[in-house]
Design a protein around this ligand. Structure first.
Ligand code: ADP
Ligand code: MG
Length: 238
């Protein structure tokens, strides 16, 4: 199980209130998309869930346990960001194995898990290459692979496809949706792209200036937008 609950979450940088009072319930296995214009607080919120950013106020619970003070490494999350951040000097195999080596798994177990992740993402043929020998889409698949090897209960994605060209982005959306069906875990996915949000989400969280403007299914948002802002944002072309 992996439920994520945000209770009155706030974030302040100096005098700036970046996130105001965010309340949110994410159920096990849900694919939740945070969407909103640039600067609305999506990344900050995701980074707080991931333990990469201090929470100013409120409570973050994972499986009913308050984790505000826990390090990123102790939350068992997989994270994939816009920049691929693969280790350039390591092969794909070594990149995938790295989180498992850190977790001190045995050699055979590491080899097996790397193999499984590679099969799932169809990157077996790339295992002996270095990142610079890969295309953008291949690198992003490896980055996703590295996030899943430890079988995290929750995945966090921050605009993972925004550096890819349109065609590849469409392919990767399909691949991530498939991954979600196969793993059945909880995914929290940040994008500023309405099409991505509308096509991928079970539940969409619309952020505006650090406030949650609306939470709903793509159908809810499309048919019953809570404000002009939501209607305009969801309805507008990219
Ligand atoms: P988004 O991901 O939706 O584009 P961010 O979460 O990155 O938005 O940023 C939300 C707001 O917080 C922006 O106004 C941004 O300038 C501000 N912000 C982000 N990180 C910092 C920081 N380290 N210090 C001060 N302000 C920040
Ligand atoms: Mg961002």
């Amino acid at each position: 199980m992996a439920e994520v609950r945000l209770e009155s979450i706030r974030k302040v940088y100096g005098a700036l209130e970046i996130l105001k009072d965010v309340n949110l319930d994410i159920k096990h296995g849900e694919f939740v998309v945070f969407v909103g214009p640039s600067g609305s607080g999506k990344s900050t919120l995701l980074r707080m869930i991931g333990g990469l950013e201090k929470i100013t106020g409120g409570k973050l619970l994972i499986d009913n346990k308050v984790v505000n003070q826990l390090d990123a490494a102790d939350r068992n999350l997989g994270m994939v960001f816009q920049s691929y951040a693969l280790y350039p000097h390591m092969t794909v195999r070594e990149n995938l194995a790295f989180p498992l080596r850190m977790a001190k798994l045995g050699r055979a177990q590491i080899a097996q898990k790397v193999e499984d992740a590679a099969t799932l993402l169809q990157i077996n043929h790339l295992l002996d290459r270095k990142p610079k020998q890969l295309s953008g889409g291949q690198r992003q698949r490896v980055a996703i692979g590295r996030a899943i090897v430890r079988e995290p209960q929750v995945f966090l994605f921050d605009e993972p496809l925004s550096n890819l060209d349109t065609e590849l982005r469409v392919q990767m959306r399909v691949q991530i949706a498939k991954l979600h069906r196969q793993l059945g875990n909880t995914m929290i996915y940040v994008t500023h792209d309405q099409v991505e949000a509308m096509t991928m989400a079970d539940k969409i969280v619309v952020l505006k200036n650090g406030n949650v403007e609306q939470v709903g299914t793509p159908h809810d948002l499309y048919h019953n937008p809570a404000s002009q802002f939501v209607a305009g944002f969801i309805g507008s072309p990219r």
